[in-house]
Ligand binder design. Sequence first.
Ligand SMILES: Nc1ncnc2c1ncn2[C@@H]1O[C@H](COP(=O)(O)OP(=O)(O)OP(=O)(O)O)[C@@H](O)[C@H]1O
Length: 304
Amino acid sequence: MKRARIIYNPTSGRELFRRHLPEVLEQLERAGYETSCHATTGPGDATRAAMLAVKREFDVVIAVGGDGTLNEVVAGVSNSEKKPKIGLIPMGTTNDFARAIHIPRDINKAIEIIIQGKTIPVDVGLMNGKRHFINIAGGGRMTELTYEVPSKLKTVLGQMAYYLKGIEMLPSIRSSRVRIEYDGNVLEGSVMMFLIGLTNSVGGFEKLAPDASINDGKFTLLILKEVNIAEFVRLASLALRGEHLSDPNVVYVKASKVTVTSEERVVLNLDGEYGGALPAVFENLARHIEVFVPPDSVDKLNLK
Ligand SMILES: Nc1ncnc2c1ncn2[C@@H]1O[C@H](COP(=O)(O)OP(=O)(O)OP(=O)(O)O)[C@@H](O)[C@H]1O
């Protein structure tokens, strides 16, 4: 019998998952999975739980929560040789990764995808050899807003909270002088922000990196050069429609290794959480984990 470990954030998604747990266990049992659960207790706990699941040789680990929980689970399995396959039940306010691989927010449908058994290898990002990311790493004053949004506000308002915070922060946005090295190229100058993405969507901007592939071993590096506020707002609205790529203020390239340094203090954001400050080396761990995906969506995933 196959063994699955559910790691769920009980505070995520208005605590809906706990009520559905009995039927989820039954659904998995019928499909031949012996399943046990762990409810996370706070930051870092999902990583510890995932490491334990690796040690106890579970075949599958199911991350239930938002991008934060998934990030922690991936970090927990990432350093082991024999990794469990990762299933995903999106319950968070931001579920960028789930959206990128077409996992619906419906609990039973998400479980059904795991039961169907189709997995694909996907890339994982690693910063400074120790911190993992699954969606995006970024730096610059602009990217700070993602973790400055209070979680209460996020729960109530969802995506809207980011936009409100973004508007509030607009006047204080300024550029940072950085040196960015990517696959042998160098770019030096003042930038509003740089983003190092694995998937195509970030915080509701689903066309930010329209050609991103989740298993090509490459990041999409997106750099926004120094612009004034009016220009910034214009570019943000272009980015919503995916029309920012050819703008002269935007650098848009693919790279598997990116090194960023600065003489200023530039803080980083990893998957929406505070990620320390520069200097940083970002490496793409190609095809590092196996995740369950809907079999009928594989064609739409832009796989390499
Ligand atoms: N029992 C808990 N109480 C409080 N915080 C928790 C608990 N368990 C986990 N966490 C923390 O909550 C963070 C965010 O959770 P998660 O990503 O699952 O959902 P979310 O906050 O709804 O959505 P998102 O992170 O996508 O905005 C996790 O990274 C984890 O550190």
